[in-house]
Ligand binder design. Structure first.
Ligand code: AMP
Length: 581
C-alpha cells in the first residue's frame, strides 16, 4: 500500500507554535555557537551537563517547577522539583568525593532499575566530574563484567538484589573499589557495601560543581559491533548543547509540556532524552519505573496528561497488536507531539498514531555514537510515512558509495555525516583505532545503509554489518556466540538476526553440539536460559537450530552471511572463501 504524505498545518494554525518555525531558514542560519549561548556556561570553555540540566534553572522561575514525576511499578508516586534534584545531587556528589575519593574522569557505573536514585546519582556524578556509565538492569553477570571491566569503573551503584545477580564476577573487576546499594524496601541484606540512604543522610546539601571543560569526558554508553566485545562510546560535557537543541526543535519541548520518554537509562536515548535534553529545556518529565504494558501505558499517558511522548517502534507495534479498543477507553487530549526512534518505523505505525492519538508518529534517526538526533521529522514539516525525515539543522548528511564518494539522490549507499557537532562521540574507550576507522574522506560512516529522495528525505535500508537490532537493542552476534560456546554442550555457534514483525529482528542461533550431546527440546531451553542469565533476555536466542557443522571461511571464521541467506531462502552468493568439507 502507498502511503500519502501527511501534510502539516501552516505555522499560524498550530495551537502550540513549533520551536522550529522554518526548516530551510534554520538550515541556512544555523550556528552551534549561537544555540550554545542559550545555555549557562561557567566561561567560554567550561560547562557541566548537570549544571546546565538542573542548577541553571535555580536562577529562574523554574526553581520550584517539577522536574521529575515518578511512578513505581506498584503505583506509588514521587515528585522532585529542580531545586530538590539540585540539592539531592549535591549530596550525592559530596558522598562520591568525600567517601569514595572520586576525582574528575573517574568512571562511575549504574546498574539499577528506573528509580529516582539513578537520576539523582547520575547528576551527582557529573557534578563531581565523574564519567557516568548506565547499564540495563536486565543485564546478566557477563554483560556487566564486560562493561565495568573495560571502563575500569571505580564505583558501581546498584541494589542488593541486582548485586546478588552479579556477585560472582565482582572479584574479576579489580578497578572497582566501591559499590553503593540503593535499597528500596528490599530490607538490608547482609552486605558490606554502604547504603545510598546512609551516605545521603551524612552528606552536605551544598557542593561546588566541578568546572569541567567542554571536552572533558562525561558519558559512556556501550554499544555492540559485529566483532569483539561491546565498545564504550565516550561523550563530553559539550554534548548537552546537542541534547538541548534537538530536544527543543525535534521533541519541540515548551515550558508547559509534560514529557514522557519511555527509554531505559541504559540506552543512550534514556540519558540524552530521558535526562539532559528535556531538563536543559526546563521541561517536566514523567517516568514510569516498569516496562511495557499496553494497559498501563495508556492509563499513564492519560493520568499524567502527557503532552509530548518519545517512544520506540517495537512498543508502538505492540500497542497496535493489543487492539484499538483499549486506547478508545482513554482520552489523550493534551498529547500534541509523538516521536519515535531506535528501529525503522513502519508507515502503518506512523499513520496509526494519527488514528488513535490524533497525531502521526514522528520518526527520527540517530545512534549511540552521534549522541543526539541527526535526522528527523519536525512538527512543521510534512511527513512521508516510512521516512526518517531530514537532517537536523547544523548536520550535514550524505549517502556515499563504498569508496566514500557522495551519491546523488535516489541511490542507495552508506549513510554518512560530516563530523563536528557537539554531541558527537569523541572516542571508543581505549579503542581509538576503531574510532578513527569510522572516518573516511571527511565523513563519519554510520554503519547504516539508506537513500535520500529528491526532497531530501532519508529512507533507512539496513545495516552494513551483522549487528542485530531486536526491539531497538543492538546485539552483537559475537557476544552471544562467545557465551553460547561456554555452554557445556555447545561446540560451535553462529548467530544472526531473523526478521520479526514486531521486534524487527530476533536473535537466532545455529549451534553444533559436542559429540556426547544430542539435540532435544530440553537442551534448547537450557541453552536459551544460559544466555539469558549471562547476558540478558534481549540477547538470548529466541530460536536455536541444531546443525552438524557451521559454514566457515578457510581461516575458520563462521560465515553468518551464509546462515542468514539460508534462513531467508536467499541465494548464497560468493562462497569462494568457504572452507571445503
Ligand atoms: P543505538 O546506537 O543502540 O541507539 O542504535 C543505533 C542504530 O539503530 C542505528 O545505527 C540504526 O541501525 C538503528 N536506528 C535508530 N533509529 C532508527 C530509525 N529511526 N530508523 C531505522 N533504524 C534506526
Amino acid at each position: 500500500m502507498e502511503y500519502q504524505k501527511i501534510t502539516k498545518k501552516p505555522l499560524e494554525q498550530h495551537a502550540v507554535k513549533p520551536n522550529l518555525k522554518d526548516y530551510p531558514e534554520a538550515i541556512k542560519e544555523w550556528s552551534w555557537d549561537q544555540v550554545s549561548w542559550e545555555l549557562d556556561w561557567f566561561d567560554k570553555d567550561h560547562l557541566n551537563i548537570a549544571h546546565v540540566a538542573i542548577d541553571a534553572h535555580l536562577k529562574t522561575n523554574r526553581r520550584n517547577k517539577k522536574a521529575l514525576i515518578w511512578e513505581s511499578k506498584k503505583g506509588e508516586g514521587e515528585e522532585y522539583t529542580f531545586l530538590e534534584l539540585s540539592r539531592l545531587s549535591n549530596k550525592f556528589a559530596n558522598a562520591l568525593v568525600n567517601e569514595m575519593g572520586v576525582q574528575k574522569g573517574d568512571r562511575v557505573f549504574f546498574f539499577l532499575e528506573r528509580v529516582p536514585e539513578i537520576y539523582i546519582a547520575i547528576l551527582g556524578t557529573l557534578k563531581a566530574g565523574g564519567v557516568i556509565g548506565p547499564l540495563f538492569s536486565a543485564f546478566g553477570p557477563d554483560a556487566v563484567k564486560d562493561r565495568v571491566g573495560d571502563s575500569e569503573a571505580k564505583v558501581l551503584i546498584t541494589s542488593p538484589s541486582l548485586k546478588k545477580k552479579i556477585v560472582e564476577v565482582i572479584p574479576e573487576l579489580p578497578a572497582l573499589k566501591h559499590i553503593i546499594l540503593v535499597n528500596r524496601g528490599e530490607g538490608k541484606a547482609n552486605l558490606d557495601d554502604p547504603y545510598y540512604d546512609e551516605l545521603m543522610a551524612n552528606a552536605s546539601e551544598s557542593f561546588d560543581i566541578v568546572k569541567t571543560h567542554k571536552e572533558d569526558h562525561a558519558i559512556m554508553h556501550y554499544t555492540s559491533g559485529t566483532t569483539g566485545k561491546p565498545k564504550g562510546a565516550v561523550h563530553v560535557h559539550e554534548a548537552v548543547v546537542g541534547h538541548y537543541a534537538t530536544a527543543k526543535y525535534v521533541l519541540d519541548l515548551h515550558e508547559g509540556d509534560v514529557y514522557w520518554c519511555t527509554a531505559d537509562p541504559g540506552w543512550v536515548t534514556g540519558t540524552s532524552y530521558g535526562m539532559f535534553g528535556p531538563w536543559s529545556n526546563g521541561a517536566t518529565q514523567v517516568v514510569y519505573e516498569g516496562g511495557f504494558s499496553a494497559k498501563h501505558w495508556y492509563s499513564f499517558l492519560e493520568r499524567k496528561k502527557v503532552t509530548v511522548w518519545y517512544t520506540a517502534p517495537t512498543a508502538i507495534r505492540m500497542l497496535m497488536k493489543a487492539g484499538n479498543e483499549l486506547p478508545r477507553q482513554h482520552s489523550f487530549d493534551p498529547l500534541r507531539h509523538l516521536c519515535s526512534v531506535g528501529e525503522p518505523l513502519n508507515p502503518e505505525a506512523v499513520v496509526w498514531g494519527k488514528e488513535i492519538f490524533g497525531n502521526a508518529f514522528h520518526d527520527n534517526w540517530w545512534q549511540t555514537e552521534t549522541g543526539s538526533i541527526m535526522i528527523a521529522n519536525y512538527p512543521i514539516q510534512d511527513i512521508k510515512p516510512g521516512s526518517m525525515g531530514r537532517p537536523f539543522p547544523g548536520i550535514e548528511a550524505g549517502i556515499v558509495d563504498d569508496d566514500f564518494n557522495e551519491l546523488s539522490h535516489g541511490n542507495e549507499g552508506n549513510l554518512a555525516l560530516k563530523p563536528g557537532w557537539p554531541s558527537m562521540f569523541r572516542t571508543y574507550w581505549k579503542k581509538d583505532d576503531l574510532y578513527q576507522s569510522r572516518f573516511r574522506k571527511g565523513w563519519y560512516i554510520t554503519g547504516d545503509r539508506a537513500k535520500r529522495d529528491e526532497e531530501g528525505y532519508y529512507w533507512f535500508v539496513g545495516r552494513t554489518d551483522d549487528v542485530i537490532n531486536t526491539a531497538g537493542h543492538l546485539v552483537g552476534p559475537f557476544e552471544v556466540e562467545s557465551v553460547l560456546i561456554e555452554h557445556p554442550a555447545v561446540a560451535e555457534a553462529g548467530v544472526i538476526g531473523k526478521p520479526d514483525p514486531i521486534a524487527m529482528e530476533v536473535v537466532k542461533a545455529f549451534v553444533s553440539l559436542k559429540d556426547d550431546y544430542a539435540p532435544s527440546e530440553e537442551l534448547r531451553h537450557d541453552i536459551q536460559k544460559f544466555v539469558m542469565k549471562r547476558l540478558s533476555s534481549a540477547a538470548a536466542p529466541r530460536e536455536i537450530e541444531f546443525i552438524s557443522t557451521l559454514p566457515k571461511t578457510r581461516s575458520g571464521k563462521i560465515m553468518r552471511r551464509l546462515l542468514k541467506a539460508k534462513e531467508l531462502g536467499l541465494p548464497l552468493g560468493d562462497t569462494s572463501t568457504m572452507e571445503e568439507d
